[in-house]
Design a protein around this ligand. Structure first.
Ligand SMILES: Nc1ncnc2c1ncn2[C@@H]1O[C@H](COP(=O)(O)OP(=O)(O)O)[C@@H](O)[C@H]1O
Ligand SMILES: [Mg+2]
Length: 490
C-alpha cells in the first residue's frame, strides 16, 4: 500500500512538473507576444502623435520668434490662443529663465516651470524636447472646480530663437490620455485572453498528463506485484508507445515465467534421473546386506549391476555439467578456421567400429568446407548426431554428408532406423527427453545429448532441423554459418 502510494506520488510529481514546464513556456510565450504587440501599438500610436504635435509646436515657435517684438501683445496672445485651440491643447510662452510670460489657459503666468523639457531647450541647446507627465486636470465650470482626474499629458518644448540666441521657449501641452486609454483597453483584452488560455492549458495538460501517468502507474504497480505475486500481465489497450511498453512488459513477464518453469522442470527432471539409479543401487546393496550368506555368484551379478548404475550416474552428471557449462559460457567459443569435412571424416572413422558391430553401413559424402568454429564443440555435435543415428538404427545404413552452400556449411545425418513419432519431434531437444525411456536406458542414453547439441549449434549461430518417419528413419540437418559475425580470426 505504502509502495503504491509512493509510486503514485512520484508520478504526480512528474505530472505536476510537466504542467509546470508547459505553463512556464506558455506564460513566456504570452508575455513575449503581449510585450511585442503592445510595444508595437504604443510606438505606432504615440510616435505618430508626438511627431505631428512636435512639428506644430516648432512651427508655432518660429512664428512667435518672428512676431514677438513687432506685434502687439494682445494680438499675439489672441493668435497663440487660436493656435492652441486648433492644436487641441494649451500653449505657454516662457522667457529664457523658464518663467511663464503667456499662458493660453491664463493660470500660470509668472510662475517658474521646472520641467526637464524646458531645461533641455533653454540651457541644453536642444532643438526640441518632449516628455510625458501624469497630471491632475480639473474640469472647470463657472467658478467651481470639480472632478479632478489624473491624466497623461505630453509637454512639447521648442526654443524661441532670435538672432541666433535663445530668448525663450514655447511649451505646448496636450492630453495623450486617449492613446493611453486605447493601449490600456488592448492590454486588458490581451490579459483576459491570456488568462483564459492559461486556464485552458492547465486543464488540458492535467488531463493529458493524467492519461499518460495512469498507465505508467498501473505498470509500476504491476512490476511491484510481480515481486510478490509471481507472474503479472497488464491489460494493454491501443497502440501508443505506452501500449508498446505494456506489451514489452507482458513479453518479459512471460519469458520470466517460461524461464522459471523450465528451470523448475529441469531441477525436477534432473532429480528424478539421479534418483532412479540411486534407488536401484540402494535396493541391490540392501539385498546383499541383509542376506546372511549371500551367494557369491548372485553378489557378483548385483555388484555388476551397481557398477552399471554408477557408470550411468557418472554419465548423467558429466552431461549435466557440460550443459551448465555451455549455458554459462555463452559466446565463449574458441573460434578458429576448421575444415568441417575433415572433422566429420575423423568422427565417422572412430565410430565405424560401433556401426560395424551392429551391422550397419556408415557412409560418408564429404565436400571440402572451411568454416569458423570451435573444433571441440563441432566434434561434439557430430558425435552426438552420428552416435544417435547408429544407436537408434537396427538395420540398414547411416549416411553422413557435408556440403558447401555458400554462406552456410550443411551437415546431414540420415539413418534408416526406428524413426521418431511426430508428436515427439517438438520435444526432442528438451533436456532428458527420450521417446522410449526403456530403450534409451538400455543403450545408456540420458536424454541430454540433443539438448547439448542444439545449444552448441546455437552458439555457432546455426540451426538444426529434423525430418523423420516412424519405422523408416530420420534425417538431422545442421546449418552452420561459414563466417562468424564480429569477424573471428581468419
Ligand atoms: N536418429 C534417431 N532416430 C530415432 N530417434 C532418435 C534419433 N536421435 C534421437 N532420437 C530420440 O531422441 C531422444 C533424445 O536424444 P538424445 O538427446 O541424444 O538422448 P539419448 O541420450 O537418449 O541419446 C532419444 O532418446 C531418442 O528417443
Ligand atoms: Mg544421444
Amino acid at each position: 500500500m505504502l509502495n503504491k502510494l509512493k509510486s503514485i506520488k512520484a508520478l504526480d510529481s512528474v505530472r505536476w512538473r510537466m504542467v509546470g514546464v508547459y505553463l512556464l513556456i506558455t506564460i513566456l510565450a504570452l508575455v513575449a507576444i503581449s510585450g511585442t504587440v503592445s510595444g508595437l501599438m504604443e510606438e505606432f500610436l504615440v510616435s505618430q502623435r508626438t511627431k505631428t504635435q512636435l512639428d506644430a509646436t516648432a512651427e508655432l515657435a518660429e512664428t512667435i520668434a518672428g512676431d514677438l517684438y513687432v506685434t502687439d501683445t494682445d494680438e499675439l496672445f489672441h493668435y497663440i490662443g487660436e493656435r492652441a485651440q486648433s492644436m487641441g491643447g494649451r500653449v505657454l510662452v516662457l522667457d529664457s529663465d523658464s518663467v511663464v510670460q503667456m499662458d493660453t489657459a491664463s493660470r500660470q503666468n509668472g510662475s517658474l516651470l521646472p520641467y526637464r523639457e524646458v531645461r533641455e531647450v533653454l540651457r541644453g541647446g536642444k532643438d526640441s524636447a518632449y516628455g510625458f507627465h501624469h497630471i491632475l486636470r480639473s474640469s472647470e465650470e463657472g467658478v467651481f472646480t470639480f472632478n479632478e482626474e489624473s491624466i497623461w499629458a505630453v509637454y512639447y518644448t521648442v526654443p524661441i530663437v532670435r538672432d541666433g540666441a535663445v530668448t525663450g521657449a514655447v511649451l505646448f501641452s496636450a492630453s495623450i490620455q486617449d492613446v493611453v486609454d486605447s493601449l490600456m483597453a488592448v492590454t486588458q483584452r490581451i490579459t483576459m485572453v491570456f488568462g483564459i488560455v492559461i486556464v485552458a492549458m492547465i486543464i488540458a495538460v492535467s488531463i493529458l498528463s493524467g492519461w499518460l501517468a495512469r498507465p505508467i502507474a498501473e505498470l509500476t504497480s504491476a512490476i511491484r506485484r510481480m515481486g510478490t505475486q509471481g507472474y503479472v500481465r497488464v491489460d494493454v489497450k491501443g497502440s501508443s508507445e505506452i501500449a508498446e511498453l505494456g506489451n514489452a512488459f507482458n513479453r518479459m513477464s512471460e519469458r520470466i515465467e517460461d524461464h522459471d518453469r523450465t528451470r523448475n522442470e529441469f531441477v525436477a527432471n534432473a532429480s528424478h534421473e539421479l534418483k532412479t539409479p540411486l534407488a536401484t543401487m540402494k535396493l541391490l546393496s540392501e539385498t546383499i546386506l541383509y542376506q546372511d550368506n549371500p551367494d557369491p555368484a548372485l553378489m557378483k551379478e548385483f555388484f555388476g549391476d551397481i557398477n552399471h548404475e554408477v557408470d550411468r550416474l557418472t554419465r548423467i552428471v558429466t552431461e549435466l555439467l557440460k550443459l551448465v557449462q555451455e549455458d554459462s559460457s555463452a559466446g565463449g567459443l574458441n573460434f578458429e578456421t576448421v575444415r568441417l569435412d575433415t572433422l566429420v571424416g575423423g568422427v565417422c572413422g572412430r565410430l565405424t567400429a560401433l556401426a560395424e558391430n551392429k551391422n550397419i553401413a556408415l557412409r560418408t559424402q564429404l565436400e571440402p568446407v572451411e568454416m569458423q568454429g570451435d573444433s571441440m564443440r563441432l566434434e561434439q555435435i557430430i558425435v552426438n548426431l552420428v552416435e544417435n543415428a547408429i544407436k537408434y538404427t537396427d538395420e540398414g545404413s547411416v549416411d553422413v554428408s557435408v556440403s558447401d552452400e555458400g554462406e552456410w556449411a550443411v551437415f546431414t545425418v540420415k539413418d534408416t532406423g526406428i524413426g521418431i513419432p511426430e508428436e515427439s519431434i517438438d520435444h526432442l531437444f528438451e533436456r532428458f527427453y527420450r521417446v522410449d525411456k526403456a530403450r534409451s536406458r538400455s543403450t545408456g542414453g540420458t536424454g541430454l545429448g540433443l539438448s547439448i547439441t542444439e545449444k552448441l549449434i546455437n552458439l555457432h549461430g546455426g540451426s538444426i532441423e529434423v525430418r523423420s518417419k516412424l519405422g523408416e528413419g530420420s534425417t538431422f540437418t545442421v546449418q552452420l554459418p561459414v563466417r562468424q559475425r564480429g569477424g573471428a580470426a581468419e
